[in-house]
Design a protein around this ligand. Structure first.
Ligand code: TRP
Length: 369
């Protein structure tokens, strides 16, 4: 078998990811002891969101009912799939918690790094990402979604955002870039400063003013946070950034779910038949090689992709999940039955979601600022 290439940087993730190793290497902290309101959400309770930097500043703001911003971004490529739901659910969670929500569509980053046209990025954001966020529950109140290439029609605001991207440059060195990113080029460098402006600009007077900002991201994005936080220490005009890190939903065959391989993901627009076919045919199984062996020795839910999907997204009931875990491990529950259950769960979710999606498509403009 050909060995899958392993890459891990903010622009490319492939192969298996060792999260524990990254926590140590990046110097982020494990998330522990969260308030009850967080633990009601399966992403926190089940440690799908597992690490952070400076989350206490956000917890304090929540506790004292002080304003804060949740700021994050998306690289608009391909279809919106179940892996993207993990970040979307966090946006919605923080919005309900009272955060002002800022979402950047990274069309300039996609242009410079992926060679994708601005038109294509816009189309994907408007047809895939934003309607799905809305259908999942994102509200227009306290929410700004913008394109990196077009921050605002209000020129004072737009100027402030692009000005910030440029003035930040004085506070970083080339050696620092090389140390953080290894392989660096002009397009990547500009994207890094633009993302830093994404993360800091909510604190400018043209926007919300100085206040805590939480950036929830996949852990591949931590290099951007490290660099931005170092810049912030030197520039001294912002409240330091807080961030949280989530694990990636595994692709059907293992590794990271990738929008460029339709057999690695389940899109939120997939049909019942698609879901059935993909789970049955491609979902990596932690079960025994034969039914007999499975019954005797049991399976491994921790590497089973169907089980991971239930855990991360589709089985909110802890008791049921635990029973599935134990029954699969003991061999009482077969891979076939686990897959059938997963297919049913995903399809019942998608059926409702796709109805909402139809309505959501008409509301997109209300979210763009
Ligand atoms: N680089 C991010 C990605 O590839 C997208 C992004 C752009 C972003 N600006 C951001 C993420 C600001 C967090 C905060 O997905």
């Amino acid at each position: 078998m050909k060995k899958k290439s392993k890459k891990f940087n903010p622009w490319e993730v492939s192969g298996e990811v060792d999260y524990e190793k990254l926590v140590k290497k990046f110097g982020v902290s494990h998330l522990k002891e969260l308030p009850e309101i967080f633990n009601k959400n399966i992403l926190f309770r089940r440690k799908i969101v597992f690490a952070h930097r400076d989350i206490q500043r956000i917890l304090e703001a929540v506790k004292n009912k002080k304003p804060f911003v949740m700021m994050t971004g998306l690289m608009p490529t391909g279809k919106f799939h179940i892996g993207h739901m993990i970040l979307a659910q966090q946006m919605i969670f923080y919005q309900k918690l009272g955060a002002k929500v800022y979402i950047a569509v990274a069309d300039l980053e996609a242009y410079n790094i992926r060679g994708q046209s601005l038109e294509e990025s816009r189309k994907i954001a408007l047809n895939e990402y934003i309607p799905n966020y809305i259908a999942l529950g994102l509200k227009p109140f306290n929410c700004e979604i913008y394109f990196q290439s077009e921050r605002s029609k209000n020129c004072k605001k737009a100027n402030a955002y692009y000005r910030l991207q440029n003035v930040l440059a004085r506070y970083a060195t080339f050696n620092e870039f090389k140390a953080v990113y290894g392989d660096i080029n002009p397009g990547k460098m500009l994207s890094v400063f633009l993302q830093a402006s994404d993360m800091f600009h909510p604190q400018l007077k043209e926007f919300e003013g100085k206040m805590p900002v939480l950036v929830p991201v996949g852990i591949d994005q931590d290099p951007h946070l490290r660099l931005a936080r170092d810049i912030s220490k030197r520039i001294k005009s912002f409240v330091q950034l807080s961030s949280t890190y989530h694990i990636f939903a595994p692709g059907l065959g293992g590794g990271k779910m990738s929008a460029s391989d339709s057999n690695s993901y389940i899109a939120l627009t997939d049909s019942e038949k698609d879901v059935e076919r993909k789970i049955k045919r491609y979902a990596f199984s932690g079960g025994g090689a034969t039914l007999k062996e499975h019954k005797e020795k049991g399976g491994n839910p921790d590497i089973d992709v169907s089980f991971q999907y239930l855990k991360m997204m589709f089985e909110p009931d802890d008791k049921k999940l635990e029973k599935i875990y134990n029954d699969y491990k003991s061999g009482k529950l077969s891979t076939g039955k686990l897959k059938e259950y997963t297919i049913r769960k995903i399809n019942s979710f998608l059926k409702k979601h796709q109805k909402k999606l139809k309505k959501a498509r008409k509301k997109v403009n209300r979210y763009l600022k």
